[in-house]
Design a binder for this molecule. Structure first.
Ligand code: F6R
Length: 606
């Protein structure tokens, strides 16, 4: 949802900004721009399109030379992608970049129009630029404080004032913004990968804290203007983590990183063969005492919660309610102080998930965040945090983040089931060991790359597609379906296999491929019957199941065979071919896999 950067140092600022923006393009990529101090004036270049187009434009216009500036890559909210709607906004005196939404911008705009201001763009951001101008009194800090008193909504802002060359001012509320600290240089950015090439040290900013980057150093002020000290954080992500490393796309790289990511996430949480989540304050006594568990998240993270539900309910015997955050937060959910609310988020910044979390806390529930980004808003807001260790996920379509999220749900379910006396210690150790075997099993599954590519080639011309499964396979197939549709643009839906004949089977023809996931052996025969029903109506069936199980021609056209581990854990294995099929279908259709149309990672608006 828009990426913002800022650089102050001795390097060529334009080069650094373009480089940093390219690392944030996953957050939005419909237009881009920079503003740099050149000989004490603010020089701006911006354009509709990608960073590469911005670079072309800058070079075409003779370049911009300077050591201090701000940049932006956009995901449009107010106003179509166009040159005029691109950031930075402002004039020769003040220039800003913004991530977020100013909810009361119309009111501010009307007020400013009465004061003679004329607006060029359709953006909410331009009102902030003009409001800064309206309040400007020669003191940037005071001016920003006045503006913060007027604007409502979410924002991360980077600001240049012409009267204060070689200074960057920045502030945030409900949109991410961090301050990178290098040797003789400093950065502002929406996310760590933007400056990881230059430094891994950074400060987190809290709501309405204002940071000033100048040649004298970095100063941070609280919302009343008093200087404050912050703890310096160190990111344990290395630079390679944010590079493609020889893969054609980040998505393929991230699919292949899953064994290592799962290992890094579960290993520190297994003690003497037993899961141990006490690091976050989640003791066995606490776990055993909850009446209900809610899992609230969006998209892929919500799908991880669905797997969590099946696993926790099946062995832990506690009701688990899974909800999409945008619904949960507005339906006055029946959550009490006897419940645990688990929010799941890769970015830790998803606006709806964050608000659902705040609501749950208000209702007195214990809250646990399963989050990938350290120090993110959701991590900071929750009572307890379990960090997944997936490393940076750059591809817009989430893959490794999903796998590590479900890995955490397994640990949680095993510990909970043991704490409640629902499984013995021996069983808990057995299941935990089985989970530890997943990374090695995935290395085998990843070798089926060519088969998945072949299967994808049979889907390339499809316009519609169905995924079916039962139990855990149904939960997993929802993720398979989302993955395919978001990057291949083929319409796809996921159905509980038994539900198909209650209406949807009327859609089945020989142009409608069906991916049937059948890894749950107690439900296997039933899913086979459903696949046969599809085949009998001309549908093409791709069957995903254990490799040792043979299926006849009246069941499937193609079969993807998987190594066998405990059925409960099979989603961790079966997700890989679903991800690869989605990936190759997108590649074969010539799509921009890592940056699918209309999407952006880290959805910080409602
Ligand atoms: C799909 C995808 C999205 C995210 C969703 C939540 O591939 O990535 O559905 O899962 O936007 O994002 P986070 O996990 O950052 O809260």
């Amino acid at each position: 949802m828009c990426g913002i950067v800022g650089y102050l140092g001795k390097k060529d600022c334009t080069k650094v900004l373009l480089d940093s923006l390219s690392k944030l393009e996953y957050r939005g990529y419909d237009s881009a721009g920079i503003a740099v101090f050149e000989n004490d004036s603010i020089k701006v270049a911006k354009t509709k399109g990608r960073i590469a187009q911005l670079e072309e434009r800058i070079n075409h216009e003779g370049g911009i030379k300077g050591n201090c500036g701000i940049g932006h890559t956009r995901w449009a909210t107010h106003g179509e992608p166009s040159d005029v709607n691109s950031h930075p906004h402002g004039d020769a005196n003040i220039s800003i970049v913004h991530n977020g939404i100013i909810e009361n911008y119309s009111k501010i705009k009307s007020f400013l129009e009465t004061k003679g201001y004329v607006f060029e763009s359709q953006t909410d951001t331009e009102t902030v630029a003009k409001l800064l101008d309206f309040y400007y009194d020669g003191d940037p800090l005071n001016t920003i404080k006045n503006v913060l008193g007027e604007i409502e909504g979410s924002y991360a802002l980077g600001i240049l004032f012409k009267d204060f060359p070689d200074r960057i001012y920045a502030v945030r509320k409900d949109s991410p913004l961090i301050v990178g600290i290098g040797d003789d240089e400093a950065f502002i950015a929406s996310d760590v990968p933007a400056f990881l090439k230059y430094t891994n040290k950074y400060y987190l900013l809290d709501t309405n804290e204002i940071v000033v980057l100048s040649n004298d150093g970095v100063e941070i002020f609280d919302k009343h203007g008093a200087p404050i000290e912050k703890e310096l954080m160190v990111a344990d992500w290395d630079m390679e983590a944010a590079e493609k490393g020889g893969y054609e796309h980040f998505m393929l790289k991230e699919i292949n990183e899953q064994p290592a990511a799962i290992n890094a996430t579960i290993s520190p949480r297994i003690k003497d063969g037993m899961p141990d989540l006490s690091e976050c304050g989640l003791t066995q006594e606490k776990l055993a005492a909850y009446s209900n568990i809610f899992v609230v998240a969006c998209g892929t993270a919500m799908h991880a919660g669905l797997v969590g539900k099946y696993v926790i309910e099946s062995i832990g015997r506690i009701p688990v309610i899974v909800d999409v955050a945008s619904e949960f937060r507005y339906r006055n959910p029946i959550v009490t102080d006897k419940d645990l609310v688990i929010v799941v988020s890769q970015s830790g910044e998803t606006a709806d998930t964050l608000e659902a979390l705040k609501l749950s806390r208000k209702k007195g529930a214990d809250t646990l965040a399963i989050v990938n980004v350290v120090g993110s808003s959701i991590a900071r807001e929750a009572d307890m945090v379990i960090y997944t260790h997936a490393g940076p996920e750059i591809s817009v379509a989430s893959t490794k983040a999903y796998s590590v999220q479900i890995a955490v749900f397994y640990l949680l379910a095993f510990e909970l089931a043991y704490a409640k006396g629902a499984i013995s210690q021996e069983e808990c150790i057995r299941l935990t060991k089985e989970l530890q075997s997943v990374p090695a099993t995935l290395e085998i599954v990843l070798k089926q790359d060519e088969l998945c590519k072949y299967v994808a080639s049979t889907l390339v011309n499809a316009e519609n597609l169905l995924y079916i499964g039962r139990g855990l396979d149904y939960a997993l197939s929802m993720e398979g379906s989302l993955k395919l549709k978001e990057i291949s643009y083929i319409h796809s839906e996921s159905y509980a296999a038994g539900e198909l004949k209650h209406g949807t089977i009327s859609l089945v023809t020989d142009t409608m491929p069906i991916i049937a996931v059948a890894t749950q052996r107690d439900l296997f025969d039933k899913t086979v019957s459903n696949a046969k029903e599809v085949k009998a109506r001309g549908g093409k069936v791709i069957f995903v199941s254990h490799s040792y199980i043979n299926v006849d021609d009246d069941v499937a056209d193609y079969k993807i065979g998987l190594p066998t581990i405990d059925d409960l854990l099979m989603p961790m294995v079966a997700v890989v071919p679903l991800q690869l099929i989605a990936y190759y279908t997108s590649v074969l259709r010539g799509n921009d896999v890592d940056k699918p149309r209309n999407l952006a990672k880290s959805v910080t608006v409602e």
